[in-house]
Design a protein around this ligand. Structure first.
Ligand SMILES: NC(=O)c1ccc[n+]([C@@H]2O[C@H](COP(=O)([O-])OP(=O)(O)OC[C@H]3O[C@@H](n4cnc5c(N)ncnc54)[C@H](O)[C@@H]3O)[C@@H](O)[C@H]2O)c1
Length: 303
């Protein structure tokens, strides 16, 4: 069942997360508007979303369904156009408070009055962005975990004036796309599970940067301990080390505690262009290995 009152979803920012969220939401039957400021990113998103949807509905009996889904996705080079008929708008631009405020203000200006505006930010509470909009009762943190097909769970958190109706609509929408809502009861930096993951990341980076152990041993230990097939360093490579750094800096800027500052060695890797899977090198060398960011891996599973 579709979430209450939500029929059209707009995705603002179609990078690593925007592309995945778009593919997932499209396969669940929602009409989708996708916008990115970069023409290259928008083109790449179109290719990615089309391929993932095609891979999900590739059997001959799904032909009609596939056509209908693809027809409901539109791509836009103007934000105003992309949000004009949206009921829910999800922002996934880079992790920068001023940028997110600017984007929220623009969405607020052009979206219909009833529309909910959500941020997919990994570390910025929407309460810090809400001043940029008039509809303070209609804002949310809606935070996805990547890759969505492996981690179908979404944190949901209010701003200071978010109405119960907005919250319940958001929660019902998350359930409607077959994800588990992780409800934040009281504003919390890092939401529900991201806060747990953050503690893991922070300690792992300290062990590595402090020269206490080889990162591969940390990953080996994690894999044995949890039964997962990837350890924290491989996961950070998948997320993107620039994104990890920005997120850690958000925590540091919030607390001002030097212990929260990400290690310089991580910044050095970023400056060398070693951003993880997306550049072929991060902690691990991914060149020539399977591309876990490709549509083949990311495609949503058909129910
Ligand atoms: N990477 C992850 O695993 C992950 C997981 C959950 C949440 N997040 C959050 O999602 C957000 C996006 O992260 P990402 O990894 O997709 O980053 P990304 O760099 O891959 O994508 C960001 C996209 O936003 C576009 N953009 C920049 N300025 C814009 C603007 N003004 N208007 C529209 N588009 C604009 C860029 O062109 C780019 O395509 C961040 O807030 C991040 O914290 C990331």
């Amino acid at each position: 069942m579709l979430g209450k009152e939500i029929k059209v979803v707009a995705m603002i920012g179609a990078g690593w997360m925007g592309k995945q969220i778009s593919s997932w939401v499209a396969t669940k039957g929602y009409a989708l508007r996708i916008y990115d400021i970069s023409p290259e990113a928008l083109k790449a998103a179109k290719e990615f979303v089309t391929q993932t949807v095609e891979l999900t509905f590739m059997s001959p009996e799904d032909k009609g369904k596939l056509k209908k889904i693809l027809e409901k996705i539109t791509y836009h080079d103007k934000l105003a156009e992309s949000v004009r008929d949206a009921d829910l708008i999800i922002e996934a631009v880079p992790e920068n408070l001023e940028l997110k405020k600017k984007v929220f203000a623009e969405i607020d200006r052009f979206a219909p009055p009833h529309a909910i505006i959500a941020t997919n930010s990994s570390s910025i509470p929407v309460s810090k962005i809400e001043d940029a909009v008039k509809r303070k009762d209609k804002v949310l943190n809606i935070h996805f975990y990547a890759p969505i097909y492996q981690r179908p769970m979404v944190d949901i958190m209010r701003g200071t004036q978010t109405s119960d109706e907005t919250f319940e609509t958001g929660k019902a929408w998350i359930e409607s796309i077959d994800c588990v809502p992780l409800v934040v009861k009281k504003e919390c930096l890092g939401f529900v599970f991201n806060r747990v993951w953050r503690a893991v990341k922070k300690e792992c980076l300290k062990i590595w940067a402090g020269g206490y152990a080889d990162f591969r041993d940390v990953d080996r230990g994690w894999r044995i301990f949890t039964g997962m097939n990837m350890g924290p360093f491989a996961l950070m490579d998948a997320v993107g080390l620039d994104v990890v750094y920005d997120i850690e800096m958000s925590y540091y800027n919030e607390s001002g505690n030097p212990d929260d500052k990400p290690p310089q060695a991580l910044k050095d890797m970023i400056d060398r262009g070693e951003l993880g899977m997306k550049t072929g090198k991060g902690f691990y060398d991914w060149k020539g290995s399977l591309d876990f960011t490709s549509p083949e891996f990311i495609k949503p599973k058909k129910k």
